[in-house]
Design a binder for this molecule. Structure first.
Ligand code: F6R
Length: 237
């Protein structure tokens, strides 16, 4: 695992945006795995700015998002599809047909998870996956526990994740309790991984994930076994 130490959220965003832009410029047909949440907001802003300046072209890029809440339709402002449209897609020239996010409103989440996993396989896998980390060490919605689901699946969110994500909702009861999420194998099969983590509250868990034993109790620790992953963080100053 390569580690890039940064001093601030702004610097993390800039390093990560540059890595993504360089990847797309080197391979215009990149299959780009994307994340939501607070962490990548600055990254997406910088990517949109670079696109406006003509520094990067997304016309041939395909995107696959890590996860989506169950029970939220794509026009729900709390859905990850809505977030992606607002923060990135509407600002760049990615072809709508090439945008993929699990369908949180699917009547059969199991079938939807299978469809999504097959879709990623049919794209030839993910070239570059962007990841954030939850306070409990989760990546995507792969939560700590006795085992880690390998493939895209319906994930039950832990109390800690529901609590952390309630900041985006008016009432904590509105936070969905499950999501469709890529699995650990789906993610580990990505050619490259960028793991972006910022903020004091995550630093203890991050240190365990990077330098401690690989354990299902800290799903991010599995990333230690990826042979082309980079962590970009302000936690290690
Ligand atoms: C989001 C995702 C999550 C987040 C993580 C950190 O698509 O898969 O694993 O990356 O919960 O969220 P923030 O960045 O909001 O702290």
């Amino acid at each position: 695992m390569k580690i890039v130490k940064v001093k601030s959220y702004e610097e993390m965003s800039s390093v990560v945006a540059d890595l993504i832009i360089a990847e797309v410029n080197a391979n215009p047909k990149t299959v780009l795995g994307l994340a939501t949440g607070s962490t990548p907001v600055g990254v997406y802003k910088l990517i949109a700015e670079a696109y406006k300046k003509g520094e990067v072209d997304f016309s041939q890029v395909t995107t696959v998002n890590l996860d989506e809440y169950c029970g939220l339709s794509s026009d729900n402002p709390q859905s990850y599809r809505y977030y992606m449209n607002e923060n990135l897609f509407k600002h760049i020239n990615v072809n709508k047909a090439n945008i993929h996010i699990p369908d949180g409103a699917a009547s059969d989440p199991f079938a939807e998870a299978e469809r999504y996993e097959s879709l990623i396989e049919s794209l030839g896998g993910i070239d570059l996956q962007l990841l954030g980390m939850g306070h409990n060490g989760h990546i995507a919605f792969i939560e700590p526990g006795g085992e880690l689901p390998a493939k895209t699946h319906q994930a039950r969110l832990t109390e800690q994740t529901i609590k952390a994500n309630s900041r985006f909702f008016k009432e904590s009861e509105e936070v969905p309790v499950s999501a469709i999420s890529m699995g650990i194998k789906t993610i580990m099969n990505a050619g490259k991984i960028i793991f972006a983590v910022n903020g004091n509250q995550k630093c203890e868990v991050l240190k365990k994930a990077l330098f401690g034993p690989v354990t299902t109790m800290i799903p991010a620790s599995v990333l230690q076994m990826h042979n082309n992953a980079v962590t970009v963080t302000d936690c290690l100053n």
